[in-house]
Design a protein around this ligand. Structure first.
Ligand SMILES: [Zn+2]
Length: 220
């Protein structure tokens, strides 16, 4: 039996706040301070720290639901949580040599992928987080690679890039059109050791919408 005391949790998520770089064209997250526990203005009212957040659902580390591209697709609050938690294959494809992640880069992992049914790709692009080219020069997953992931029965694809592809979004369409969940803007993947880890990346149950921030972690 596994000794729970030797469990390590690696945080794969970026902090979410006004400092978080948003996808070009999207507003950055805005935090509104509704009340503060310091310097209460009256004895009559209980003061506390209380805030509100307004954010694109695709800012920072987040999940895309099929509804992001398909009007009839599954909404984020309809995502079965057992798809978001479980054994996940970690594939390391450094961006220096794989600016386009093709089917040929994933085929060597087919048997492991069919078993785990979740995959996270460490392109090491997360090291460019905050750089001017983070949103414009990132690697992409090709349509053929996305189709291969679908063929392998993949439930979830996680990446450390801001988007799995660019317009006209062939990989998004292939994955989301086959009910495969996408997690984007993962980070800290170099800290995950081994080829398979236990992923937890559950979205908020935002009613009827297209995505959600996630607190993605690897339990190893
Ligand atoms: Zn997204």
């Amino acid at each position: 039996m596994k000794d729970a005391r030797r469990q390590t949790i690696v945080d794969l998520s970026h902090p979410l706040g006004p400092q978080t770089a948003a996808f070009p064209g999207d507003p950055p997250p805005a935090i509104q301070i509704l009340d503060t526990a310091t310097n209460p203005t009256s004895d009559q009212k209980r003061h506390m720290n209380c805030s509100a957040i307004a954010t694109s659902l695709h800012c920072g580390t987040h999940m895309d639901a099929p509804f992001h591209f398909f009007p009839d697709g599954r909404r984020i609050d309809q995502v079965p949580l057992d798809r978001c938690v479980g054994p996940t294959l970690l594939v390391r494809l450094p961006f220096e040599t794989h600016a386009s992640i093709g089917r040929e880069h994933l085929e060597p992992y087919e048997s492991q992928l069919r078993e785990a049914r979740r995959i996270v790709i460490n392109t090491r692009w997360h090291h460019r987080w905050g750089a001017a080219d983070y949103f414009t020069q990132h690697p992409v997953i090709t349509e053929a690679a996305a189709r291969f992931l679908v063929e392998c029965g993949t439930l979830l694809v996680g990446v450390d890039i801001p988007s799995v592809d660019r317009a006209p979004y062939a990989a998004h369409l292939e994955l989301l059109g086959n009910d495969v969940l996408i997690v984007e803007n993962l980070t800290n993947l170099d800290a995950v050791v081994g080829d398979v880890f236990h992923l937890i990346a559950t979205p908020l149950a935002i009613s009827g919408r297209d995505g959600s921030p996630v607190r993605a972690v690897a339990v190893t």
